[in-house]
Design a protein around this ligand. Structure first.
Ligand SMILES: [Zn+2]
Length: 267
């Protein structure tokens, strides 16, 4: 299957190729645990998510579409963004403010000046991978645009301590996979940057370089997890339900009462 911008996000493409978002569906990141049952239900089209249900996804995609130069198409595809009088809803006016803030900054725009939405594929760790790069500056760097609540927000985890938003949402593993796939395609190992813009009242911006040691660490973790994902995708092993995600809640079947002391037993 040859990937294009039209079929990149299709279920057929997801069945044939592994991607960072699919990997995160299976394995999760600190901020969002994975669920094998949910990941498989998506691949089998038994569970369909609507992007329009998630404000965060919609605002992120709106900003992405702007930088890709496809905002008109995006607006046409999502009439839900407009009020009855034809004006944009408040959250997308905020997205416009975020875009304007980015465009006022020379450095931010230099990192966003690469080729947009570049698709590459590679065989890695026994799987076929697909990636889509927000801004690819050939021979120089790989840049991913991220919208976030706050660039400096920390996330506390009992075992890991305070983590930044890159750790929380699995962006190091994304960087690691993108870097490796580009290297396999071009022979060049390029640095990975996050161009971040926050959704705060006054949007904050930053260009963040990912330390190579953190990318290496993340890639080793990916390598460890791929065999299990492939076995699941092959139907060689049965997916485990997390019992916490929306899919598991929706498909849960009660068998017997539980003890009240079990309610907060496991997280
Ligand atoms: Zn689940």
């Amino acid at each position: 299957m040859i990937l294009t911008s039209e079929n990149y996000y299709s279920t057929d493409a997801d069945r044939e190729y592994l991607s960072v978002s699919q990997y995160k569906n299976f394995i999760g990141s600190l901020g969002r645990p994975g669920c094998e049952a949910y990941a498989m239900a998506k691949l089998n089209e038994e569970w369909v998510e609507n992007m329009e249900d998630s404000d965060a996804l919609m605002v992120g995609s709106y900003v992405d579409a702007h930088f890709e130069g496809t905002l008109d198409v995006f607006k046409a595809q999502h009439p839900c963004m407009f009020k009855k009088d034809g004006s944009l809803m408040a959250k997308y006016i905020k997205a416009n403010e975020m875009i304007n803030r980015c465009e006022r900054d020379e450095l931010f725009m230099a990192y966003m000046s690469g080729e947009k939405q570049v698709i590459m594929t590679a065989d890695m760790f026994g799987a076929k991978w697909k990636i889509k790069i927000d801004s690819y500056i050939k021979d120089k760097c790989i840049v991913d645009l991220k919208t976030c609540q706050s660039i400096t927000k920390t996330f506390y985890h009992a075992d890991a301590g305070n983590m930044n938003f890159l750790h929380e949402w699995g962006y190091y593993l994304q960087g690691a996979v993108y870097q490796k796939v580009v290297e396999i395609n071009t022979g060049k190992k390029l640095p990975f940057f996050i161009a971040a813009v926050s959704k705060e009242k006054e949007p904050d911006i930053q260009v963040i370089a990912c330390e190579q040691s953190l990318l290496d660490e993340a890639l080793a973790e990916v390598e460890n997890n791929v065999p299990k994902i492939l076995a699941l995708k092959n139907n060689d092993i049965d997916p485990v339900r997390c019992e916490h995600c929306d899919y598991c809640k929706h498909t849960k079947i009660l068998k017997a009462p539980i003890w009240s002391s079990d309610l907060i037993g496991e997280v």
